[in-house]
Design a protein around this ligand. Structure first.
Ligand code: CA
Length: 228
């Protein structure tokens, strides 16, 4: 399953190696080379995981970590500390990092830690969402019913399931194949084109301006992301 990972690392060689490694596992990686840009990216859109170097120009990893947690971010953070800086681990974990890895590390070790953290994140995200509000839309998946500006919308069962899948994976980039396998469970004669068509219908019903959707956003070359 593909995840969105933010890599904040100022060493270009290492950043490239790690980026390639994670991309090869199917993850979508964004890279920042200093703490200020890293923090901006982390605040601007949700990630499943942040790989955060400690020694960074402009703003160090501790500060980035602390400011993110203060801002209410719950994104999993894996800190990358330099060899010998044992005190780093404690400080990092105290500031709200979820795990740490000492440089230089083995790529397989990094991938193992990344997967462990992502598994934890997915488990947390799996708790079913019963009600969700975004913009002027109120969705109640128990009834089920979706209202926009107080008026009930008529959504088909598939549209409802699709919306629920988006809400439960909000902030994450979902590929058409992933959506298909979860919402349609690979019924015969259903292709990824079906996903696009249903998303277009859902946008017609939910978005203020379906031509320029605010909630169900197309991520070029990858799929869709729901952001509320
Ligand atoms: Ca560094």
């Amino acid at each position: 399953m593909s995840s969105r990972i933010l890599l904040i690392e100022d060493e270009p060689g290492l950043a490239m190696t790690l980026g390639d490694l994670l991309a090869a596992e199917g993850h979508v990686v964004e890279t920042a080379y200093d703490g200020v840009i890293g923090l901006e990216l982390a605040m601007a859109s949700p990630f499943d995981l942040i790989l955060l170097d400690v020694m960074l120009p402009r703003k160090n990893g501790y500060e980035v970590c602390r400011e993110l947690r203060q801002a209410g971010s719950e994104t999993a953070i894996l800190m990358l500390t330099a060899k010998g800086q044992t005190v780093d681990k404690i400080v990092g974990l105290k500031l709200g990092a979820d795990d740490y890895l000492v440089k230089p590390f083995d790529p397989s070790e990094l991938l193992a830690r990344v997967e462990a953290l992502l598994r934890r994140v997915r488990k947390q995200n799996l708790s079913p969402v019963l009600r969700f509000r975004f913009g002027d839309v109120n969705a109640d998946f128990q009834i089920p019913e979706v209202r926009r500006k107080g008026e009930a919308l008529s959504l088909t069962g598939k549209e409802m399931a699709l919306l629920r899948h988006f809400v439960e994976h909000r902030g994450r980039v979902l590929s058409r194949e992933e959506i298909l396998s979860h919402v349609w469970e690979y019924q015969p004669h259903v292709t990824t084109r079906t996903v696009d068509v249903h998303i277009a219908w859902l946008r017609q019903k939910l978005e203020e301006n379906p031509q320029f959707p605010k909630y169900i956003v197309t991520v070029r070359g990858t799929g869709y992301r729901f952001s509320a």
